[in-house]
Design a binder for this molecule. Structure first.
Ligand code: FES
Ligand code: FES
Length: 149
């Protein structure tokens, strides 16, 4: 169906050509994230000033899904106020894990909706959430234990 096609297209594109895939020299925040199911890890870098995420990047190694999700994440958060980024984290997290708001996210998450295609492969959901949890931690969010077990 359309979602499946969009999912495959977006994952393929962003894995082959990840956006913002570099270490950021002038980052003022960063966090490491790690998927305990496979051992893959990545680092998210942010430059934040005046409550705005001016720049976002990542490095690391992971599967196609985690790389594509990280690439999409950096693209989506650049230039957004921190509060909006936190709201986006909650929406995308709900979308990916089927939590509250999954049926009707409060905001239109645009292309990120394609990521929900991962729900057809439950074992890979943590691949898709990895970059988002790492983003959340870089912003100083709580590192929920549910994410790391
Ligand atoms: Fe390791 Fe996807 S298999 S992050
Ligand atoms: Fe975030 Fe499980 S993936 S709560």
């Amino acid at each position: 169906d359309a979602l499946r096609e969009l999912y495959q297209e977006v994952i393929f594109d962003h894995n082959r050509n990840p956006r913002n895939f570099h270490k950021m020299a002038d980052a003022d925040r960063h966090a490491d994230g790690h998927n305990p199911l496979c051992g893959d890890q990545l680092t998210v870098y942010l430059r934040v000033a005046d409550g705005i995420v001016h720049d976002a990047s990542f490095v690391g190694h992971g599967c196609a899904i985690s790389t594509a999700s990280a690439s999409l994440m950096t693209e989506a958060v650049k230039g957004k106020p921190v509060e909006e980024v936190e709201a986006l984290f909650r929406d995308v997290h709900a979308l990916l894990t089927g939590g509250q708001g999954a049926e009707a996210p409060a905001r239109d998450v645009g292309k990120l909706a394609a990521l929900s295609g991962v729900k057809e492969f439950p074992a890979r959901v943590k691949c898709a959430t990895l970059a988002w949890h790492t983003l959340h931690n870089a912003l100083g969010g709580e590192h929920g234990t549910a994410h790391t077990e």
